[in-house]
Write a new protein. Structure first.
Length: 147
């Protein structure tokens, strides 16, 4: 009986440890590149396929425009992108990863239009369901602004 209990506990521990190790190696999970490409397709090209999947349920999106800040969640952001689906932006887009750790990545996405640029800082977190976008901070900078 004692051996059966020990064997059961060993199997439970083995299953639990394999489940935890699987978190970082499963192919069907979201990756940083997948999230960034999906987000860029939505903001730059109006292609929203997969956007809902990469956004965390508790997403916080702050948009600064004309001196005011607007804060929206996942559902409001998806509704907006659905309204501009398949509308490509006339801008140049540059992307860079400015901070990357095993659990958090921050990307800077710059969209240069003719008279202004929009800069998005996108925070992605490595969750149990893969990499998810948890925070977007978007600011508009008028042409002529020196960084």
């Amino acid at each position: 009986m004692k051996n059966a209990v020990t064997l059961t506990m060993a199997l439970v521990m083995l299953i639990f440890s394999n489940t935890q190790a699987r978190k970082a190696t499963t192919d069907d999970m979201l990756t940083i590149n997948y999230d960034l490409n999906t987000y860029l397709n939505a903001v730059g090209r109006g292609r929203i396929e997969g956007l809902s999947k990469i956004l965390a349920d508790d997403l916080k999106c702050t948009i600064k425009y004309t001196g005011k800040s607007y804060i929206v969640g996942k559902e409001e952001l998806l509704k907006y992108y659905k309204s501009v689906e398949n509308i490509a932006q006339e801008c140049l887009i540059n992307t860079s990863v400015i901070n990357k750790t095993p659990d958090v990545t921050i990307a800077r996405i710059e969209m240069k239009y003719s008279t202004f640029k929009r800069i998005n800082f996108v925070t992605m977190v490595n969750s149990e369901k893969g990499w998810k976008i948890t925070n977007i901070y978007s600011d508009t900078v008028q042409k002529g602004y020196k960084e």
